[in-house]
Ligand binder design. Structure first.
Ligand SMILES: *Cc1c(COP(=O)(O)O)cnc(C)c1O
Length: 335
């Protein structure tokens, strides 16, 4: 198979992370899930280096490369109050000497810490958009960009979740990096939020090998992923050809399910690896479900992509519940 470079060789890119990220064996978690101990590997994109780490660093290398090329002076990023992407856009701005303005859903921190603490530490300006839908958030971004332009700034508006062609190019590179580390990988399991991460991996590794797990961030994830695959590769990928589980989103984005809680706990107690409640816990729950229904069978080389999100754990209501555990009988959870 000839693989096109999808334009990544010519697209402007700026180094922000530390590559390659580690690939680690996870024998206890593998056995816990019903696989053989040697089957499961963790691709540690949570350890990507910048600003607390996470998958958005790969995307921002291309988005910021474009911004610098255009002479931008300020990055505008948008998302939920606990957006990992907004936090990393603020960090990338600091690294590159650009200002960052974050347009976030909601009306203020309201006692939450997590990513908002880091946004504050990074000195990002936050514009609170209120309880708006996707269109409302876009309007708030447009108004903010206009205001900044009037003030003489050159504004680079970053796409929601970083998932445009640039974002997918980041994961086209990420998929190649993984292929170099483990050429015979058969299943690559990853959370699907705004879709750019899965799209890049599909472009690099093929739709057959990538299992996405929809976390409920957008309504039309299959169509978005398919369009982004097309944007970074020569081939066309139909949405129906994607392996995408949509049974783990539960009551919606950010709302923990019992299966995701179990997955969060399993990664911690089996391997000492901390997942996040919004993305990676649901993705690991999807991997567990895929083993349970035979989609992933023992003996198959499987990589779970740890896309980060740890700061969000501290901004989620589960943080208080976890802390409350240590107030209870000290030995009851040792096993
Ligand atoms: C954004 C994010 C994802 C999802 O990536 P997309 O490219 O938006 O699908 C997964 N995990 C974490 C921790 C994220 O912050």
């Amino acid at each position: 198979m000839t693989v096109s470079d999808g334009g990544s060789a010519t697209a402007p890119r700026v180094l922000l992370g530390t590559w390659p990220t580690p690939l680690e064996a996870a024998p206890r978690l593998s056995a816990h899930l019903g696989l053989r101990p040697g089957d499961l590997w963790l691709k540690r994109d949570d350890l990507s280096g910048l600003g607390g780490g996470g998958n958005k660093v790969r995307k921002l290398e291309f988005s910021c490369g474009q911004a610098l090329n255009r002479g931008a002076t300020v990055l505008v990023a948008s998302g939920g109050a606990q957006s990992n992407y907004a936090r990393l856009a603020a960090a990338a701005g600091r690294r590159l000497g650009l200002k960052a303005v974050l347009v976030l859903r909601g009306n203020g921190p309201r006692g939450r810490t997590g990513n908002l603490s880091l946004d504050g530490l990074l000195g990002a300006r936050v514009v609170w958009a209120g309880d708006v839908d996707a269109a409302g958030l876009d309007l708030a971004v447009a108004a903010t960009a206009e205001e900044l332009t009037e003030q003489g700034e050159r504004v680079e508006v970053l796409p929601f979740g970083g998932s445009d062609r640039n974002g997918a190019l980041g994961y086209l590179e990420g998929g190649r990096e993984l292929h170099d580390q483990l050429p015979d990988v058969e299943h690559v399991v990853v959370a699907g939020g705004s879709g750019g991460t899965m799209a890049g991996l599909v472009a690099a590794l093929g739709a057959e090998r990538v299992l996405g797990v929809d976390v409920g961030a957008v309504a039309d994830l299959p169509a978005r992923v398919a369009a982004l695959v097309g944007a970074v590769s020569d081939g066309r990928t139909e949405a129906s050809a994607l392996r995408l589980r949509r049974d783990q989103a539960g009551a919606g984005y950010g709302i923990l399910t019992p299966a995701a809680s179990s997955a969060l706990e399993a990664a911690a107690v089996c391997e000492g690896v901390i997942l996040d409640p919004v993305y990676t816990a649901k993705a690991l729950a999807g991997l567990a479900a895929a083993v349970a229904d035979g989609d992933i069978r023992p003996g198959r080389r499987t990589v779970f992509v740890h896309t980060g999100g740890l700061p969000g754990l501290f901004g989620h209501e589960i943080a208080g519940e976890l802390a409350a555990r240590v107030a209870q009988s000290p030995d009851s959870r040792q096993s």
